[in-house]
Design a binder for this molecule. Structure first.
Ligand SMILES: C[S@@+](CC[C@H](N)C(=O)[O-])C[C@H]1O[C@@H](n2cnc3c(N)ncnc32)[C@H](O)[C@@H]1O
Length: 233
């Protein structure tokens, strides 16, 4: 499969599972995904009246977490799957809030000039992109100097016993339960595959350094199954 075909497949898949996406997140994480997004936003440190891009926004939960912690911020939620983005637009209409705008766009070729945003968030994007170095450079490019790029993503736990338990849960249980709830067996088989090819937290940090961030660090949460990587542009 070419990178273009893989990318198209990811795009279509997220549009197809859009209707059950939030429910699946809550079930698979026992509701912890909400706290993980909030923890990611705590690393964002937007200035007053900050302008944030939430990339791969999906149904918008990370974008709404930014609004919650920064009451004067404006957020652009962007995703390359129109189908899943509709969920975000609906939530924003239901909440009658006017601090978000939504748009379709690809993380590998953002439709913005350099240094447009005070900060960028993304949840569960990096594992899905077909060119990780390009994505990290693109995120840095559109961030103002000193602004933060905050990436929340699943990672490979390192504690030996927990590593095995996680392996059973993520590689055996999740595809089955995900398939049942979403009605799409292929989508939730894709999830463990996408992690197996993804770098562990430390090598991922190295990629931030290679992409030219001035400073970068990461924090682990969820018993070492989640990582927040932060790059300072
Ligand atoms: C697992 S969902 C995460 C949604 C949301 N950020 C959250 O916290 O629940 C991954 C999202 O990444 C989007 N995505 C994947 N690759 C992308 C790309 N290259 N550009 C923009 N969006 C992308 C998918 O369409 C999907 O909505």
């Amino acid at each position: 499969m070419t990178p273009e075909e893989r990318s198209k497949r990811v795009q279509t898949m997220f549009s197809q599972i859009a209707g059950r996406y939030d429910l699946m997140n809550r079930v698979m994480t026992g509701g912890r995904d909400i706290a993980w997004r909030r923890a990611a936003v705590r690393e964002l440190k937007l200035p007053k009246n900050g302008h944030c891009l939430d990339l791969a926004t999906g149904t918008g939960d990370l974008a709404f977490a930014v609004l919650e912690q920064f009451p004067d911020a404006k957020v652009v939620g962007m995703d390359f799957s129109e189908g899943i983005l509709r969920g975000a637009v609906k939530k924003s209409t239901d909440r009658a809030e006017n601090r978000t705008t939504w748009g379709v766009g690809d993380a590998l070729a953002l439709p913005y000039d350099n240094a447009q945003f005070d900060g960028i968030t993304n949840g569960f994007l990096l594992r899905n992109v077909v060119d990780l170095p390009q994505c990290l450079q693109e995120l840095r490019r559109v961030t103002k100097p000193g602004g933060r790029v905050v990436c929340l993503e699943i990672t490979h736990p390192q504690t030996p016993i927990f590593k095995q338990l996680f392996h059973i849960y993520f590689y055996k249980f999740v595809p089955v339960i995900g398939g049942i709830i979403s009605g799409d067996r292929h989508a939730y088989r894709y999830l463990p595959n996408s992690l197996s090819l993804f770098p562990p937290a430390k090598p991922l940090l190295q990629k931030f350094q290679e992409a030219g961030y001035r400073e970068s660090y990461y924090k682990l949460l969820g018993l070492g199954t989640m990582a927040i990587h932060v790059g300072i542009a």
